[in-house]
Design a protein. Sequence first.
Length: 86
Amino acid sequence: MFDNVCKFLAESFSADFATWLLGEPITQCAAEMIAAQKFNEINNIAIKTIYGSVSSGTAWRLLKLERQTLSIDLNDYTVLSVVILL
């Protein structure tokens, strides 16, 4: 049932719902990642995964796009936590 509700909200309120749920910077980053993916497909560039990030200037949130699945790491990473990423 939860999946049906999410599907309904995403289809009915697509851009407005995504912006409300995730915030403007993340939806902008996701749109750019999808555009990069489409560009790669059109130009026969075999890159399976597109990575993105959103920063407040002191913290970063990371995104990953594989096929039609967008993953958003809900952790905020700072310069102090960069070792975790490596």
